[in-house]
Design a protein around this ligand. Sequence first.
Ligand code: COA
Length: 421
Amino acid sequence: MNVSIVGAYNTKFGSFVKRNRETGEVEDLKSFYALLNEAGAGAIADAGLEPADIDAIWVGSCSPSLFVNQEHVAPLALEIDPKGLLFKPTTRVEGACATSSLAIYNASYAVASGRFKNVLAIGVEKMNLLDTSSMTHALACCSYWPEEGARGMTFPGLFAELGNAYKEQHKLSNETFRQMLAHISASNYSNGIQNPLAHFGPGSLPDKLQLVTAEAILNLPDSGKGSNPMVAAPLRLHDCSLVTDGAAAVVLTSSHNAIAKFEHVVELSGIGHVTERMMLKERLGTLHELRGAKFAVQQACSEAGIQINDLDLAEVHDCFTINQILCVEAMGLSGPGQAGYDFIAGKYNSDSDCPINLSGGLKSKGHPVGATGASMHALLYKQLTGSPIGVAAKGSPELAMSVNIGGSGVTNCVSVLRRIQ
Ligand code: COA
């Protein structure tokens, strides 16, 4: 597509609340509104623009009404600069955990149509004001409520179904599968603790406990302080993404304008957006793979005119470690049943030809659901333009892919990003 990213920003990710465990009282240390404004203003400044130069804004937020009692969130983006942005069109987008990739896609279609010149796409979520059970309920609203959420199905539970289907399809023992998942957590922690913006960044739990090898994770006890308990078999605590507050944003313009007027330009060379049926029960027999993501990867590669092996790095949707396996197989980097072994062999480590999740991924960078897609694009932009945040890809990377997935493999968003200046 003839649309490029010319500026990007990612707030620090974390749990920005102070919770009194006895009274249950929660103090908000960095609000939804502050996160939204910081990311939007940061991306505009990174592009070297003024807010008045922005012609339209898209805001991705997954469930602000449940997380922070706020709907109608897109107009709040005017508060980035009420003078410069007053009367500009704003639109909210939602697609579960793929929310802000969709915000970027809709913003870029508007640029491609010629309607707008410079647009801003922001993703934001503030999840930690809620306690665990309310947060789990909010996320479960992204499943098919009548038959999944309402019957007690949670997201760890949904992805456990995918994990069990994968294990069965490829005839993996509990021990082998656990080894595979532990290697993925360790690789993401190892990258994340070097990312200053990560929720589990420098000085965090995995850094203190040095959970940077599979062995260290496998040696954790099953219960008690500092343990790795089962959450939804076969997924344990260290297989689950973090519950995170954060925001990220990008500025988009036509590639033609970008090359003429901006210093660092990364083209959105290909997009794959594929919707799978939501109900797990309608997909029985296929749960060992992400059919929709596979098709989205093909769409994105075909539009960009690339082969998967051309990629220099990728950020993929490890909402649970099993999904990192499924994403890498959907991309075709590993064959069916092979990705876990490839992770054990270190094929996607930080110094490899195509490192996966240099940011630490959702497991270590964190997963503020509505901000995750924008964060993937923002951090890949930084990698491709010579200002990596955290671990740098080797050499001078030119081509990257983001694989951002909403729900249990339902809303599949894949971008090919190419540095063109
Ligand atoms: N991975 C590793 N450690 C985690 C963690 C995670 N996902 N979540 C919490 N912890 C750690 C905390 O840092 C804390 O450590 P400490 O005692 O040393 O301070 C400890 O575990 C307990 O934290 P707490 O916040 O009480 O955990 P919890 O039980 O409320 O939450 C999960 C744990 C797994 C339920 C929660 O992280 C979760 O639901 N994750 C998945 C989110 C999700 O589904 N997102 C959408 C994906 S599609």
